[in-house]
Design a protein around this ligand. Sequence first.
Ligand SMILES: Cc1cc2nc3c(=O)[nH]c(=O)nc-3n(C[C@H](O)[C@H](O)[C@H](O)COP(=O)(O)OP(=O)(O)OC[C@H]3O[C@@H](n4cnc5c(N)ncnc54)[C@H](O)[C@@H]3O)c2cc1C
Length: 426
Amino acid sequence: MINVVVVGGGWAGCAAALAAAKAGAQVVLLERTDLLLGTGLVGGIFRNNGRFTAAEEAIAMGGGDLFVAMDANSRHRGIHFPGHSHASFYDVTTMEPLVKKILQNYGIDVRSRTRVANVVKYRKKIQYLVNDNDEIIQGDAFVDTTGTSGPMGNCLKYGNGCAMCILRCPTFGPRVSITAKADVKEIIGKKADGSYGAMSGSCKINKDSLRPELKDQLEKEGMVVIPLPENLKKTGMLGKKACSQYAIADYAENIVLIDTGHAKLMTPFFPLDALRTIPGLERARYEDPYSGGVGNSIRYLGMAPCSHSLKVDGVDNLFCAGEKAGIMVGHTEAVVTGLLAGHNAVRCCLDMQYLELPSELAAGDFIAFIHEQMTTEEGLRLRYTFSGSVYFERMKKLELYSSQRGEVNDRVTKTNLTDIYNTCLV
Ligand SMILES: Cc1cc2nc3c(=O)[nH]c(=O)nc-3n(C[C@H](O)[C@H](O)[C@H](O)COP(=O)(O)OP(=O)(O)OC[C@H]3O[C@@H](n4cnc5c(N)ncnc54)[C@H](O)[C@@H]3O)c2cc1C
């Protein structure tokens, strides 16, 4: 029996665990908090722009379970909002238990409140992990999907960290990078001004704190755009955003609210007093993170150097995915890379050649492009997503973007990768 251990239960870790289980491994997924999905607990937007293509590629390759679950749990579908087409919004309040059930149905041992605190290596291989109760967790291959935020101290050092951020670091103990513990030097992303990290700019507003007519409109239409008066337009804040797909003028000139179960505010760093001067938002208050008016979740502080197969450089049995694998933003991006890392962890145990996704597929081109960009100072200041900014432009230029399911299926068929993630390798 092959044992794969995945550390970090965000979207990337859930996808890695799923792919490893489908490929025939016995899988343990370790998550330090009491909830899976990590930063996915506050997002919700998917299938927008090129994320549609990437999701359909993964489905055609046999790794569709998590996208099917997001689809089934969507509050709104086919929504157009500034700069984005055919978006769906999953319900962030009910997504987590559904994902947990799916993983458990595949026989994955999901262990929440299990924080990995140390890594024991022999030569170039991880032997076992140690959690903060001093328990040993053994495996043949490991996947690092711990994200890139680091502990609370990092937030305070590199950005407007918020002690009550989504990942609740002080409650469950700091995040620990398995890659760093395995003595690999990590890569740090930068903001446009050259300072370290990147800040997420979207926050949740409690829906009941909106004026009832505004809440009704939001629930009916899925999103609301409210033009801002001249004195509240803050174009300068856009450059700080982690999600560069929303760093466009529409988000500085308007309040854009999205219904993900909460009212997701797409405008960065709006102080509460200013927000409350806008009609309909007079009683508004932030939910998680409560300090939404200042910022939240400084990220991209510790990425693993890795190959296109997502094997971490310098460690023979360690893979990575999601934000850990490069400056990528998004649930879709985390799932697509998670599937590849989990699948390759099983190949590693079987001494098989690793799978690399070809450049004819958006996911393959995306991974190779990010890795190339991360070798330059300029590239480290950008963020990459299928849904906007530099990478979506590239997708369109290379004709990799498609919103037609049949077209994407044909493309996957041509690469001989149909159902690859459904294939038991053991
Ligand atoms: C406010 C906000 C809004 C967003 N909105 C969207 C959106 O609408 N759509 C979208 O596509 N993307 C959105 N994103 C981006 C998206 O959420 C992330 O890019 C993606 O989900 C990252 O997934 P991940 O699995 O790589 O990492 P994370 O979500 O960071 O997950 C890492 C997990 O690892 C766990 N962990 C860390 N250390 C350890 C350890 N030592 N032991 C055990 N577990 C550990 C953490 O607790 C966490 O659960 C948003 C991000 C934020 C912050």
